[in-house]
Design a protein around this ligand. Structure first.
Ligand code: SAM
Length: 228
């Protein structure tokens, strides 16, 4: 049963289109297709169409729809991409990415894959359950561990995103990005506000950084995370 009227979700999508946050038809389609409510704890499901981060337990949050939209547009995801996400949380963002890099409409041989690392055991279990229940288990792998060091086992990646704020861009993540790859990572202090950095690697391995603007993410913990 859907707790949120489809029209409420559609209204949110229309607003994001009007604001210019959602622009490309593939990203818009994915937002329509992957139901956020299926990735939230039961007591939060009725708020799924509210454009705000929502609590998922363990003092963590599921990202707001506009932030997932901004990141998915900026990542320029293509079918076949291998993607690393640092911070699985609810698993919703990973599922939306899976839908872009490995849509069911594409031949399986062309599918990409999403590897998402989560440091909190309870949340890696929660996101795995959500991913399996919503039919993305064949396109998303959830790893319990410290994603601030990346996931070298499956490197290099076409795209990397961090959904928690780092004090600076972790070196292992840069090393695990393919030439011509794109990384998105919130960088800044422990306070609530950071900058969303888009790091692009050129064909010859040089990097350039662009600031996409102010954001508010929970802190990245682990080896290259915030020091408390
Ligand atoms: N992408 C998530 C979603 O769709 O719900 C939102 C993630 S939440 C804003 C950030 C997550 O990053 C939290 O679940 C937190 O436990 C996780 N995290 C923080 N530091 C981490 C680290 N070093 N490695 C892996 N996960 C980390």
């Amino acid at each position: 049963m859907h707790l949120v009227e489809a029209t409420e979700w559609e209204k949110l999508i229309q607003n994001l289109i009007k604001e210019g946050v959602l622009r490309s038809s593939r990203v818009i389609e994915t937002m329509r297709k992957v139901p956020r409510e299926k990735f939230l704890p039961e007591n939060m499901r009725s708020y799924s169409a509210v454009d705000t981060p929502l609590p998922i337990g363990f003092s963590q949050t599921a990202s707001a729809p506009h932030m997932v939209a901004i990141m998915n547009e900026a990542l320029q995801l293509e079918i076949g991409h291998k993607v690393l996400e640092v911070g699985a949380g609810s698993g919703w963002h990973a599922a939306t990415i899976a839908d872009l890099v490995a849509p069911r409409t594409a031949p399986r041989s062309e599918w990409g894959h999403v590897y998402t690392v989560e440091i909190v055991q309870g949340l890696s279990d929660f996101s795995r359950k959500n991913i399996m229940n919503s039919g993305y288990g064949d396109r998303v792998s959830i790893i319990h561990g410290d994603g601030s060091v990346g996931y070298p086992e499956k490197a290099p990646y076409d795209r990397i995103l961090a959904t928690a704020a780092a004090p600076s861009v972790p070196k292992p993540l840069v090393e695990q990005l393919k030439p011509e790859g794109i990384m998105l990572i919130p960088v800044g202090s422990l306070s609530l506000f950071q900058n969303l950095i888009k790091l692009t690697k050129t064909r010859d391995g040089k990097t350039k950084e662009e600031n996409l603007g102010g954001v508010a993410f929970v802190p990245l913990t682990g080896k290259y995370g915030q020091q408390f």
